[in-house]
Design a protein around this ligand. Structure first.
Ligand code: SF4
Ligand code: SF4
Length: 344
């Protein structure tokens, strides 16, 4: 097997406590669309029309007319971001303007890398060529099974598995310097020996490969998770999940949904009451330096996260707990710096 078995996150991390408060977030997650071609049973898209409505999930696309404004706003930060990831509660490749979105941001040198997380089913050779030409640096494909039957069971769709495989093959052989990570969730494998089958099938068609752990990462799925008996002692990347007093995400990232709502973290299905602004009415830089995020930072640093109406019932931050991101031991010093900086 050519690929390295490696979890698909940046392993070259710096100690976050020494760097915050950041003038520019490290990462920006953008949801190009809230539509998906699959209905995975562990996802809000698998809840059916009533469940999706209850979760507030609408079939929205990021408005094309806002693309120039998105680029302008990202460029307002003092430095380029480390990463812009096209991901969210939807299938990024369903967004027809995705290559344009990447090209505009890439031409403006808005970030060091441009990543997509996708289920890969719409990755035609034509789409591959467009994405590579646009400046894509990393593609992460999440598989939902090793057979078409498994896709039907997990994602509720009939797929042509050979077609999916050939599209991945084409991407691998035509990706230039772009990195390809292929992953699957452990719950999508039938038997323990299927992990080796997965490596055999895809290990020569990507740069890194990994079996992720099913985690409780969508807040809108809270009720359904209870019936899935998920082992919460491990992170998405099969590491030990740890508790945190201060949730690290709001200190280094922002997430934009297709309606322009800006959230302080990467879990999906977040309620609007956690939104720290909307980029159609405000700017990302103003939101990053604004009072809502400031209040969330100080609440976390004072150890009062449990008093927040959303964060107080959230465990999604435990899906990814690298030691470099742990702020807990330095909370007092960071609070002082944050209060000195204030908000605009
Ligand atoms: S898990 Fe991904 S592919 Fe599956 S329904 Fe949700 S957004 Fe779509
Ligand atoms: S505690 Fe949960 S909801 Fe709150 S910022 Fe962290 S990940 Fe987001």
């Amino acid at each position: 097997m050519k690929a390295n078995i490696q979890a698909g996150y940046n392993h070259n991390r710096q100690k976050l406590a020494e760097l915050v408060p950041l003038s520019t977030p490290f990462a920006l997650h953008i949801a190009p669309t809230h539509r998906c071609n699959f209905r995975c049973h562990y996802c809000t898209h698998g809840l059916g029309a009533v469940g999706k409505q209850k979760a507030g999930l609408t079939e929205t696309d990021f408005p094309v007319e806002y693309l120039p404004r998105l680029v302008e706003q990202v460029k307002e930060f003092t430095e380029p971001l480390k990463m812009i990831s096209f991901t969210g509660l939807g299938e990024s490749l369903l967004y027809p303007e995705l290559p344009k979105m990447i090209r505009l941001l890439s031409q403006a040198q808005s970030a060091e890398t441009y990543d997509i997380i996708t289920n890969g089913y719409l990755l035609t050779p034509e789409k591959t060529d467009q994405l590579i030409a646009a400046g894509l640096n990393n593609l992460r494909i999440s598989l939902q099974g090793l057979t078409a039957e498994k896709y039907r069971e997990v994602s509720g769709v009939k797929i042509d598995y050979d077609q999916l495989f050939r599209n991945i093959e084409y991407f691998y052989h035509n990706k230039g310097n772009c990195k390809l990570n292929i992953k699957i969730i452990d719950s999508c494998l039938e038997h323990p020996e299927d992990e080796q089958v997965f490596y055999q099938m895809f290990g020569d068609l990507c740069d890194t490969i990994f079996v992720e752990h099913l985690v409780e990462v969508q807040l809108s799925m809270a009720e359904k998770y209870e019936g899935l008996s998920i082992d919460t002692s491990r992170t998405m990347f099969q590491e030990k999940a740890e508790d945190r007093i201060a949730c690290p995400y709001p200190f280094y990232m922002l997430q934009i949904d297709a309606n322009g709502n800006v959230f302080p973290c990467c879990p999906l299905g977040l309620p609007l009451e956690l939104s720290v602004g909307n980029m159609f009415q405000d700017t990302l830089k103003h939101i990053w330096h604004g009072k809502k995020l400031y209040d969330l930072w100080t609440q976390n640093l004072k150890g009062k996260r449990s008093e927040h109406p959303v964060c107080g019932r959230c465990t999604a931050y435990q899906c990814f707990t690298p030691p470099e991101d742990n702020l807990d031991l330095e909370r007092e010093q960071i609070l002082k710096k944050v209060e000195e900086r204030g908000y605009v």
